[in-house]
Structure formats: structure tokens, C-alpha cells
Design a protein around this ligand. Structure first.
Ligand code: AMP
Length: 404
């Protein structure tokens, strides 16, 4: 069945020094045994990468062509944005005319500036306008905040970042200044609304980023309740990497004659060599992972495990074996998550052990391998996971542990 095999993983020749004791990691049972999620046929996890030729997008506009505030234009140029990306080229002109937008685009396409530019331009021209930007994860909310801050530099616009895992004090202080840009995750936004510290009745622009993930993460009711409370006359932006019945249903309820902009980004999995790693028993599983991590070709790797506890345990096991590994999961404080991410971005650590949720929205350019130490809950989760590699036309590798 497998047409493609990593010979190095089929034997345990490169054993290295296993001083941590293979039995300590208890992650062996689940991926081979009974699982709560969808059954995924291992045959679907084996595939030879077909390098996808990146077709260069010919932008119709330059940033100078857009009728936008000079402050915004200068900030974009100072950031080195000389040519609009496809999603920016197509979204900005129609959004500046006030249309509702459905953007089909994933992280890495420049979608943040595609909504930030028209939104910030409108805020600078309409002193009463306000925007609410909702993202599924803290990391993504933070990235959006940084992007907005740099594009709005010198505009005098004020903002608040409302995410969990960070102290309430600074958020409450920011909210007292009646910010015009409110960015956050659904849970914390709802929390502030329930406390009465955030009023959204006068919010006349809303951005929902990564709608599909937001729905995957169970935020549908929170988001629906939130949207109902915004100003009835409003401009809406919905961004999603995928479009399915649920996403369409939400958009249909809340958008007003939306215009769709779809950015063709080739199936990322086409760029990813996919293979399975067969194991029998916990000790063998850990030994195989150890071998993989010793392979010099495995430069920078995200290892997925199932729960916060199993991620923590696996991280400790790898550290005990002498690997520079870090962990990222929802049980860590925001500061710890950001530090782990920064160290990984700067190559201070090259192994990041993560849960699915924590890894969402992480955009680290040069990851070479994804290892699914436990099987994902669904094939869709699998595709999300392996989308962390094979970016920008590079070949990536995905290895999934499958119990014998
Ligand atoms: P995003 O998809 O919004 O997360 O953006 C992905 C990356 O592309 C970020 O690092 C942005 O800073 C960068 N970027 C966005 N738009 C442009 C542009 N027009 N020119 C160059 N880089 C850009």
C-alpha cells in the first residue's frame, strides 16, 4: 500500500542515547486503539509530495492606487509592502466602497492587511465608527493586533486586545478609553460584555477571522450572540480558509449582499510528503520518535499530541532525553505560550510539542516536519496540522504514528 517509505524510520538503527526511559511516556495506546474521533484510514496518510509551482499573482493595483489615508499608505510602504497580495488587491477596493466581504484565504496570504486597510481608513474618516475583530485563538488575535498597530501608527486610533490568559487590569484600563479597535477571542469578548465592561451596540464594522476554525472550536453560539448585539447597519468581513455548510449558514444570516474574494492557494498537502510510522507498544513508539528527531533532515518540527497533559509529559520526556523541546497548549499562560513560540521562531528550540488548538494560527515559516504522535480527531484536523509545513512552494514532511 505505501508507495513511499522513509527507510530510516522502519528500523531502529539510529538509537542515540535513550537516557529518559521509553516507558515513561504513556502516549502509546491511543493512536492504535479505541478513539473518540473519526476513523482515519492510514492509507490516506501516505502520499508522495508533488511540488506545486507557485504561480505569481499579477497585482492590478499598487497601494498608491487605493484611495486611503496617507498615514496608512506610508505605514504600509514602511513595512515593505510594495505590491498588494492577491487578497489585498481584490478586497481593498470593494471594501473601501463599503461592501460586506467574504474572503476565502488562509494565513500567509496577507489577509490581515486586506481587512485592516479599509477598516482603519474608515475609522480615520468616521470618528464615531468602531470595529470588532474576532479571532479563534489568542495567538492569532495578537498577530492581528500587531499588524493593525503598525498599519495605524500615527493615526491616533486607540485599541484594546481582549484575550484570555492575560490579566484583566490592562484590558479594563484600555476599555475605559473607549477604544475604536477591539480585537479579541470570543470567550474573553463575551466575558467583558457580561461584566458590562464592553458595549458593542455602536460597533458598525466587524471582522470574523478564521471562521471555520472558530466553528470547529465550538464558538458558534458565542459568535452568533455577539453578532446580534452589534449595530444593525454595519460592514462585515468574514475570512475563512474553507467554506462548508456551517460557515455559509453563519455568513448568510449575518452578511448583507456580500462580495466573495477567493484566493487560490494550492492544496497545501500537495507539497507535503506524507507517511506513517508503524509502532508496537509505548516503548517502541517513543524509540521511533527519538530516531526521527535525531535525523539531521528534521530541522524544525511540530509534534502533535492529544491532550495538555500528554503534551506536557512528552515535552518532559524529550527534554530528559536531551532534546531542545518546548511545549504549547491551552493550559499554559499566554506569556508562556508566546515565549515558547518566540523561541521556536528564533530557532532557540527546534521541537515544539503542541495540542491542535494551541497550534492553530501559528505561522512559523520554516517548519520542515509535522509529526502526529497521536492520530488527529478527524481528517480535517489532519489537514490543518500538515498545513504547518510545505508553505511558499517548499516541500514539507508529515509523519503519523499508527499502532500495529
Ligand atoms: P497574513 O496572511 O495577514 O498573516 O500575512 C502573512 C505575512 O505576509 C505577514 O508576515 C505579513 O506581514 C506579510 N504581508 C502581508 N501583506 C504583504 C504585502 N503586500 N507585501 C509583503 N508582505 C506582506
Amino acid at each position: 500500500m505505501p508507495s513511499y517509505k522513509y527507510s530510516v524510520y522502519s528500523s531502529a538503527k539510529r538509537s542515540g542515547s535513550r537516557n529518559g526511559g521509553g516507558q515513561r511516556n504513556g502516549g502509546g495506546g491511543r493512536s492504535g486503539g479505541k478513539r473518540r474521533g473519526e476513523y482515519i484510514d492510514p492509507a490516506r496518510l501516505v502520499r508522495v509530495a508533488k511540488p506545486v509551482e507557485e504561480t505569481k499573482y499579477e497585482s492590478v493595483n499598487t497601494f498608491q492606487d487605493f484611495v486611503i489615508e496617507p498615514t496608512i499608505l506610508n505605514n504600509l510602504l514602511a513595512k515593505g509592502y510594495t505590491i498588494p497580495s492577491a487578497i489585498q488587491d481584490q478586497t481593498i477596493p470593494i471594501a473601501l466602497e463599503g461592501a460586506d466581504i467574504i474572503g476565502i484565504a488562509n494565513t500567509g496570504t496577507g489577509k490581515t492587511a486586506a481587512f485592516a486597510v479599509p477598516v482603519l481608513h474608515r475609522l480615520m474618516n468616521e470618528p464615531k465608527s468602531k470595529v470588532l475583530i474576532i479571532a479563534p485563538t489568542r495567538e492569532l488575535a495578537q498577530q492581528i493586533e500587531e499588524e493593525c498597530r503598525s498599519i495605524a501608527k500615527g493615526s491616533g486610533l486607540t485599541g484594546a486586545l481582549l484575550i484570555g490568559g492575560t490579566g484583566m487590569v490592562s484590558q479594563l484600563r484600555d476599555l475605559r478609553f473607549n477604544p475604536r479597535i477591539i480585537i479579541g477571542t470570543p470567550g474573553r469578548i463575551k466575558d467583558h460584555m457580561e461584566r458590562g465592561t464592553l458595549k458593542v451596540g455602536d460597533v458598525n464594522m466587524v471582522v470574523l477571522d478564521e471562521v471555520d476554525r472558530m466553528l470547529d472550536m465550538g464558538f458558534v453560539n458565542d459568535v452568533t450572540d455577539l453578532l446580534k448585539q452589534l449595530a444593525p447597519e454595519r460592514q462585515s468581513f468574514f475570512f475563512s480558509a474553507t467554506m462548508d455548510g456551517r460557515v455559509e449558514g453563519l455568513i448568510r444570516t449575518f452578511a448583507n449582499d456580500p462580495k466573495t474574494v477567493a484566493v487560490k492557494s494550492g492544496e497545501t498537502s500537495d507539497n507535503v510528503h506524507q507517511d506513517v510510522v508503524r509502532f508496537s507498544g509505548t516503548g517502541d513508539k517513543m524509540a521511533k520518535l527519538h530516531d526521527i528527531l535525531l535525523d539531521p533532515a528534521v530541522n524544525k518540527v511540530i509534534v502533535f499530541d492529544e491532550t495538555q497533559r500528554s503534551v506536557e509529559r512528552l515535552g518532559m520526556e524529550l527534554q530528559a532525553r536531551g532534546f531542545e523541546a518546548d511545549t504549547i497548549h491551552g493550559g499554559k499562560s499566554q506569556g508562556q505560550r508566546l515565549r515558547a513560540l518566540d523561541r521556536f521562531k528564533q530557532n532557540k528550540t527546534t521541537i515544539l510539542v503542541a495540542t491542535d488548538v494551541a497550534a492553530r494560527g501559528i505561522d512559523v515559516a520554516d517548519v520542515t516536519h509535522v509529526v502526529n504522535y497521536t492520530m488527529p480527531q478527524s481528517y480535517q484536523d489532519y489537514v490543518h496540522r500538515i498545513g504547518r509545513v510545505g508553505r511558499a512552494g517548499k516541500i514539507g514532511h508529515a509523519l503519523t504514528f499508527v499502532g500495529n
